[in-house]
Write a protein that binds this ligand. Sequence first.
Ligand code: SIN
Length: 279
Amino acid sequence: MATLDITPIAGALGAEISGVQLSEELSNTQFDEIHQAFLDHHVIFFRDQAGLTPEAQKRFARRFGSLNVHPYVKGMEGHPELLEIIKEPDDKLNFGGGWHSDMSFLEEPALGSILYGVEVPDYGGDTLFANQIAAYEALSDGMKEMLGGLKAVHSASREYSAKGQSAQARQSMQSDTATDAPEYEHPVVRTHPESGRKGLYVNPAFTLRFAGMTKRESKPLLNFLFDHSRDERFTCRFRWSEGAVAFWDNRCCWHYALNDYPGQRRHMRRATVNGDRPF
Ligand code: SIN
């Protein structure tokens, strides 16, 4: 019998889970239910997790795999595996506002990210998510067949170069620059290693071009895929509350932090679980 309440928040993806405190040691049954909900809904949410200290957040995240230490952004003091994502009330930076899948620029990109709301604005600052399995499944058979033979080149070089949006937004986080960041090729259609389902695996932040093609040649089809992938049919929107947690599957989801709360502070803390090489 299920021990947790799992309630979908939208048609395409996303479910809120209640009946568990992530700061406590999870039983195997609780872990299995959370893991299954993560696979079924692609992004899961937990409210009122006020006791989720950095240690507890890392312990929960490690149930799913080893933790990533970001190559270009300095981690939290004493906790290099945690990123503090802070926007101050007077920050003029174009913070958030870009669809992406975390760390697709790595040879083995992130499995998932676990974001904890330390301090959230009274209004605004929601996060959007987009289901890339649904986006793939909605394509025509002809397009699926063509994409099935393609790989795309991913790199941090644009976003984390000195002028890149992520590097700018993370000035307070002492971002290093990534002008010479390596490039990795990943399949455009990725098979989810746990569910076996196929999804699109390109994103506007880190995908530079198709393998074997120029940027100019790649642009029209990539732009079509970027537009298609964020169609509202495939999305959900999470309204943060203090102490809430979102855990998304980067292997089949994009996310987008809305920058619509000028004059307010937003402080989030992220753990990123390492994944494997896309196939
Ligand atoms: C992120 O892109 O990892 C953070 C998303 C957010 O702050 O809502």
